[in-house]
Every structure is written in structure tokens, then in C-alpha cells.
Design a protein around this ligand. Structure first.
Ligand code: TMP
Length: 207
């Protein structure tokens, strides 16, 4: 039995991680065989790559190098964790996947959505998510949330323009993959966002 591959996407400050973990807890409580994992990271090699990418001291990192590192960590995480879990029939809730690269590197870094998709195609082959929850937050609200963080990684510290471009990138990606994307209003309070996502996921699991 093949499991379900569900990804969570959204700009920084969209509350994506809290939401994905909240949904995980609810599904687990109802007895679903579910795992939560994240990108970049989720396994040792990918967490090491994450540290290199997000280390604020790596200001010299070239945009293509950044895109390749995300794709490399994605590949390892996919083969080591996601695909084996799906083969066991588990539901995989993955905090970020290829759409993050399309929005952040494709548009935020101006590398182009198609170019970034091409290197990711090499990394993921045909393994796309069954569906994706996109947490749609107004850029001002998202940026206010980032501003209150104690630790800001290299991408959090990027310019306002970069964050705005990334947000616009997500709108393009959501439009490009309409059939796979489910847009949730992430301007609402946390508990309501988790509840909305939980209901949507359960509906999709039961069809
Ligand atoms: P996180 O804050 O959701 O853990 O993600 C770490 C940062 O990495 C976040 O600013 C988004 C960024 N990112 C990309 O730029 N491209 C990617 O492919 C992924 C997965 C994350």
C-alpha cells in the first residue's frame, strides 16, 4: 500500500511549521500512521547541508550553489526518509519541498522557475506530492512575525525585496500547480489554521 505525500508550503512567517506539527498531533491522536519531517533537513546528511545553507556567516554563497544544495538535501531526504515511509503506507507531512525552491531560488534569487525545476527534477525524478497545503499570509504579517524571532538564519536576514519576490514567486507557483495546491488563509489565529488544514487533509484522505 502506498502512503500519502503531503507538503506544507508558505513564506517565512506563515506559521507553516506550527501548523504542520499541529496537524500531525491531531492525525496521530485519531490513530493515523503519520510522520512529520522537514526540509532542508529531516535526516542527518540533510541537516548538515541545512546548517551550511542557513549559517548567517555564509554570505558569499552563490545563488546557484544555494539552489543545488537545497536540491541535494532534498534528494537524500527523499530516498532516505520519504520514499521508505510512503512504501510502508504512511502519511508523510513534509514541511517544505520543491515548491520552496521554485519560489525562493526561482523567483526570490531570480534563477527562473523552469531552471530551478530542472535541477530539482534530477533530484526528485517523478516524486511529486499528492497535494500541497499553501499557507497564504499577507507579506506584512509574515515579516512582522519574522522580526520577533530571536535567531534569524541567513535567509531570514535577507532584504525586504527578497521576501516580497519570494511571496510573488509563491503566487506564481500556486497558479502553475492549481490542481495540487490547496490554499489556506494563514492570517487567522494558529488554532484556526491548524483546524482548517486538519479538516482539508482528512477530506482528501477519505476519498
Ligand atoms: P524553514 O525556516 O521553513 O525551516 O526553512 C528554512 C529556510 O530555507 C526558509 O527561509 C526557506 C528556505 N528554503 C529555500 O530557500 N529553498 C528551499 O528549497 C527550501 C526547502 C527552503
Amino acid at each position: 500500500m502506498q502512503g500519502k505525500f503531503i507538503t506544507f508550503e508558505g513564506p517565512d512567517g506563515s506559521g507553516k511549521t506550527t501548523c504542520a506539527k499541529g496537524v500531525y498531533d491531531k492525525l496521530k491522536k485519531e490513530g493515523y500512521d503519520v510522520i512529520y519531517t522537514r526540509e532542508p533537513g529531516g535526516i542527518e546528511i540533510a541537516e548538515e547541508i541545512r546548517n551550511i545553507i542557513l549559517d548567517p556567516k555564509n554570505t558569499k554563497m552563490d545563488a546557484r550553489c544555494e539552489a543545488l544544495l537545497y536540491a541535494a538535501s532534498r534528494r537524500q531526504h527523499l530516498v532516505e526518509k520519504v520514499l521508505p515511509a510512503l512504501a510502508k503506507g504512511q502519511i508523510v507531512l513534509c514541511d517544505r519541498f520543491v515548491d520552496s525552491s521554485l519560489a525562493y531560488q526561482g523567483v526570490g534569487r531570480h534563477l527562473g522557475i523552469e531552471e530551478v525545476f530542472a535541477i530539482n527534477k534530477f533530484a526528485i525524478e517523478d516524486n511529486m506530492p499528492d497535494f500541497t497545503i499553501y499557507l497564504n499570509v499577507d507579506p506584512e504579517i509574515g515579516l512582522q512575525r519574522i522580526a520577533t524571532r530571536n535567531y534569524k538564519d541567513r535567509l531570514d536576514q535577507e532584504s525586504l525585496q527578497f521576501h516580497q519576490d519570494t511571496y510573488n514567486g509563491y503566487l506564481q507557483v500556486v497558479n502553475k500547480y492549481k490542481d495540487r495546491m490547496i490554499v489556506v488563509d494563514a492570517n487567522q489565529d494558529e488554532a484556526k489554521v491548524i483546524d482548517d488544514c486538519f479538516k482539508i487533509i482528512k477530506e482528501h484522505l477519505n476519498v
